[in-house]
Design a protein around this ligand. Structure first.
Ligand code: ADP
Ligand code: ZN
Length: 441
């Protein structure tokens, strides 16, 4: 049986399938250039001086270990443009992060950065089935967030057509999907689920839509969620990863084999480190991704601590790309809840819910601490067809959910079943935790 779910296509074979030894030489040259470029930023100039680092002293990729880390806090302290290495006259675009975890940070691009960025998005789009014949609806926001424009440019680079719907207005999104016979959808996975539900509720038949592919990113999601959305919309859904501090979308994306996201290693060096010791974790183990840009001019960034937890895979992929792959993101370390001393991620709750029939993966976690112990409540929305006034059926469903959650997290959550369509819907990244514990005292 073919390992591919769709034809295996490669946008830039020379770069994506380059022998690893050859790529290492390329990376070393570009790491040296990045250090030189980063010296134009006061933060790095200071850090390099402290550690006696000069561009000339960078001889191989191993020298990365000597370089300083950069954190979100460092970027915030240099707000607004303290991490820009080029004068305003050389900027072609400025974006900002979506500000999920606080004040947004600005990122800039030169013309050359923009060209590279479009090519990187084109790579993962082609890997996920995009051809020049398709019409793609981009339902990511275009304002400030890098998702909308990033994907937009990638689609144009492939030669496909874009319908820049931007985010929000679900009724209109569905009208566009149907009337324009869209083949490919781009949005967050949680928004896709939202669209699928509204489409079903409106009685729109599968045959009225031409959707075939989707590229999801911007937030953590699970394999169970992929199965659910794929079967509801009748599509192949591909995962892609990126963050504005590094470039936006285009850092990594799945190929047709869908066994991890290929990292665009000719433009980014990705380390997987133990977040406590900052030492590399053994291959295949979970750690924090730490990313260094290799070709960026406007905002070169060194050893950026993403707080995203994932695994790296080095084994060859049947698609022929020679780049390493990363797993799904389990969550950001900021999303991690510590409940009664146990680490839990919202993706684990999603995984549990999708194992139980009758629930929609719309949920909201509420944490409280009435005495000294944490209480965790998860409100779970039911599917309309399962919602009934039969107490017994409801209790059985609640117990099943509770059992799955305990099996995955080792913790007891109070499960509250709520009526269909009562929890908040998100047009971008979902926010699933309300923490009412006063943890500062
Ligand atoms: P913000 O940090 O304000 O949310 P970004 O819009 O740059 O700004 O979001 C980047 C973050 O989104 C990543 O650090 C990661 O946590 C999350 N993310 C992006 N793509 C994915 C993906 N495919 N899977 C899981 N998380 C993702
Ligand atoms: Zn592959």
């Amino acid at each position: 049986m073919s390992p591919f779910v769709i034809p295996n296509r490669i946008f830039d074979p020379a770069a994506e399938c380059m022998p690893r030894t050859e790529r290492a030489g390329f990376q070393a040259t570009h790491l040296r250039r990045t250090v030189e470029q980063a010296r134009k930023i006061p933060f790095y100039r200071r850090k390099f001086a402290e550690k006696h680092i000069t561009a000339d002293s960078i001889r191989s990729v191993e020298d990365l270990q000597r370089l300083p880390f950069t954190t979100k806090q460092d970027l915030r302290e240099a707000y607004p443009f303290g991490f820009f290495a080029v004068p305003r006259s050389e900027l072609a675009r400025v974006h900002a992060s979506s500000g999920t975890t606080g004040k947004p940070t600005f990122v800039g691009y030169t013309r050359n950065d923009m060209k590279i960025w479009a090519g990187l998005c084109a790579r993962f789009l082609v890997a996920g089935g995009l051809t020049a014949d398709q019409l793609v609806q981009v339902s990511f926001g275009y304002g400030l967030f890098t998702g909308g424009f990033g994907l937009h440019q990638g689609i144009e680079r492939v030669g496909a057509a874009v319908l820049p719907a931007s985010s929000g207005n679900t009724q209109r999104q569905i009208m566009l999907l149907r009337d324009a016979k869209i083949d490919t959808l781009i949005c967050t996975p949680s928004y896709a689920l939202n669209l699928a539900e509204v489409i079903a509720a409106q009685g729109i038949k599968r045959g009225e839509l031409a959707l075939k592919f989707a590229h999801f990113g911007g937030e953590p999601w699970t394999e169970e969620m992929r199965c659910a959305v794929e079967s509801e919309l009748g599509i192949f859904a591909f995962n892609n990863y990126g963050l504005s501090e590094i470039i936006g979308p285009g850092v990594a994306g799945e190929c047709a084999a869908r066994t991890g996201m290929h990292i665009q290693e000719d433009h980014f060096l990705v380390e997987c480190l133990n977040p406590e010791t900052l030492e590399p974790v053994p291959e295949g183990e979970e750690g924090e991704l730490v990313i260094t840009s290799l070709t960026k001019e406007a905002c070169p960034i060194i050893r950026y601590r993403t707080r995203d937890l994932a695994r790296l895979y080095y084994d060859p992929c049947p698609c022929g790309r020679t780049t390493i792959r990363m797993s799904r993101i389990k969550g950001r370390s900021d999303d991690m809840m510590i409940i009664r001393g146990v680490n839990v991620f919202p993706t684990q709750i999603e995984e549990a819910l999708l194992k139980v029939d009758g629930t929609a993966p719309h949920f909201m976690i509420e944490l409280t601490r009435p005495g000294n112990l944490d209480e965790a409540v998860v409100k779970v929305e039911m599917r309309p067809q399962e919602f009934s006034d039969k107490m017994e059926a409801m209790h059985r469903l609640r117990d099943n959910i509770s059992r799955e959650i305990t099996a995955i997290t080792g913790l007891h959550f109070h499960v509250e079943l709520v009526e269909p369509n009562t929890l908040e819907r998100f047009t971008g990244k979902a926010k699933r935790v309300i923490d009412k514990r006063n943890l500062s005292c």
